[in-house]
Write a protein that binds this ligand. Structure first.
Ligand SMILES: [Zn+2]
Length: 233
């Protein structure tokens, strides 16, 4: 009954719901983007969610990280997220790795997943996820937010990657601004792309940009840089 409204969808049906139940997804980060991603994947019945998160809850997280409360300040985000997602949907398996994504753990963590969803705030971790996913041929859903702006971009083998976009040459921007509604928009889009990938549905290779000051979305075609080794070399 929980999934009746999804099974009723032409794009999902019983077969699609079974695909979701068997899916293994790694979500890197359980913050502003990670929580809407995790919440919607859990509610939709994605069978196995693994959270990579080593951070603790701070008061300044609470304007956007809606699974955490003032009583959680100082506690590990991953443990709290795992507990609350399991309560939202007891039928799925949620596990938590209390580490950062690193050069050493990226390959084993990505291996065997049906998709990885990147929900982090720095370039170095994005590149680690980019390279590990391309090497393992695991689709990656990448996204970022800044104030009222955001983007979502799927990194798929054979297409453009974050290195093609020049991410290896730029420093992580230090933006102190963040608002929950933008994280909600972009995190929901990441979950949507992830679910489409799990169902075997086509995903446009474009970067979808969001401008919340003008309420505009735009599809930006990103071309593969033939000189890029896409982390595979
Ligand atoms: Zn590339």
């Amino acid at each position: 009954m929980r999934y009746a409204r999804q099974v009723a969808m032409q794009e999902i049906g019983k077969d699609g719901q079974e695909k979701l139940a068997k899916a293994q997804v790694l979500v890197v980060g359980a913050g502003g983007l990670g929580l809407p991603v995790l919440t919607y994947l859990a509610c939709a019945g994605v069978g196995c969610l693994t959270i990579v998160e080593d951070d603790i809850v701070e008061e300044s997280n609470l304007n956007r990280q809606f699974l955490y409360t003032p009583a959680d300040i100082g506690k590990p985000k991953g443990a709290l997220a795992r507990e609350r997602l399991a309560a939202l949907n007891p039928a799925i398996k949620v596990s938590w790795i209390g580490e950062r994504l690193t050069q050493a753990n990226a390959a084993p963590l990505v291996s065997g997943r049906d998709a990885v969803v990147d929900c982090v705030d720095n370039i170095a971790t994005r590149l680690l996820a980019n390279d590990a996913c391309l090497r393992a041929n695991v689709p990656l859903v990448e996204a970022g937010i800044d104030g009222f702006y955001g983007y979502v971009f799927p990194v798929l083998r054979g297409g453009a990657c974050l290195r093609c976009l020049g991410y290896a040459e730029i420093a992580s921007p230090k933006s102190p601004g963040a608002i929950g509604c933008t994280a909600g928009v972009i995190g929901s889009l990441e979950a949507s792309v992830c679910i489409r990938l799990l169902l075997g549905m086509p995903v446009a290779p474009d970067m979808l940009t969001y401008d919340g000051t003008r309420m505009e979305f735009e599809n930006v075609r990103i071309f593969r840089n033939e000189g890029c080794r896409h982390g595979e070399g």
